[in-house]
Write a protein that binds this ligand. Structure first.
Ligand code: FMN
Length: 248
């Protein structure tokens, strides 16, 4: 099995690597410099993992799968998404960008993971041991998922009518998110260290004479917001974070 994932702040990387290891496959980030279509020819089964943003795929992941569409043709597909609380039809959203019956979805699952939106007052950021309980639950679900896949059990979380309705409701924020994604803001505390520029998966950020500039191409992954040593860059919400998510 080939596992391909995108992870903004580490949660999905953690889940993807666990699943790949337990199912004895190989695992790559979509940010890795590999010929993914060539690699995919060796595998009958592909597992895709992505974090959910308002019941939808992150734009970076959506663009990747559209660009490499043929990679998935006639394969057995496992879809694993990570979320904080709920995402309606987050896993099902993957199939939206493909023609009908392009592949067979043999398993789909949603796994709850720690919060990475560090600058929204309703959501608390927890790090290290504070996340132990949640991670223990996630580990349990990962194990159960892998056992079921090995046993040939088919579960498609997010594919029923209720999930679809919830997903459509959350999906109305997709455009808002994409528009908001254009609004990267750097605050006065920015000292132009360039860490965000080096880590941006969209190559959306640039350093111009110690000042951060950006294209309108943010995927809202929150990596920069959580990494900045000065807590001086924000996207989507523009309150400066008090505490950042350190990832896994
Ligand atoms: C822009 C954005 C939107 C999100 N929307 C949702 C959501 O609708 N439902 C949810 O449960 N979690 C949501 N989350 C939380 C993430 O999906 C979750 O923390 C995920 O595990 C992060 O994965 P990563 O560390 O691999 O990037 C959102 C996170 C971000 C950054």
């Amino acid at each position: 099995m080939l596992t391909l994932y995108f992870s903004g702040t580490g949660n999905t990387k953690y889940v993807a690597e666990q699943i790949s290891e337990k199912l004895e496959g190989i695992c790559h980030s979509i940010e890795d410099d590999i010929d993914v279509v060539e690699l995919g020819k060796n595998y009958k089964r592909i597992c895709v993992c992505y974090p959910i943003y308002g019941s939808r795929m992150p734009r970076i992941f959506k663009e990747f799968v559209i660009k490499h569409q043929e990679l998935f043709h006639n394969k057995e597909i496992i879809i694993i998404i990570t979320q904080l609380i709920a995402s309606g039809d987050g896993a099902r959203a993957f199939i939206d960008v493909f023609p009908k019956n392009y592949f067979q979805v043999i398993y789909a699952e949603h796994i709850n993971m720690p919060n990475n939106v560090c600058n929204f007052f309703l959501l608390k950021v927890k790090n290290g041991e504070e996340n132990n309980k949640m991670l223990a639950r996630a580990d349990k679900k990962i194990n159960k998922t892998c056992t079921r896949i090995k046993d040939g059990v088919i579960i498609r979380r997010g594919f029923n009518i209720v999930s679809r309705a919830l997903g459509l409701l959350q999906g109305i924020f997709e455009n808002t998110m994409n528009n908001k994604g254009k609004s990267i803001k750097t605050h006065a505390a920015c000292n132009g260290c360039g860490l965000c520029v080096r880590h941006c998966p969209m190559k959306n950020l640039h350093l111009d004479e110690k000042k951060i500039t950006h294209d309108d191409n943010c995927s809202i992954c929150y990596r920069c917001v959580n990494l900045c040593p000065q807590k001086a860059i924000t996207t989507f919400f523009h309150t400066r974070p008090r505490k950042q998510y350190q990832g896994l």
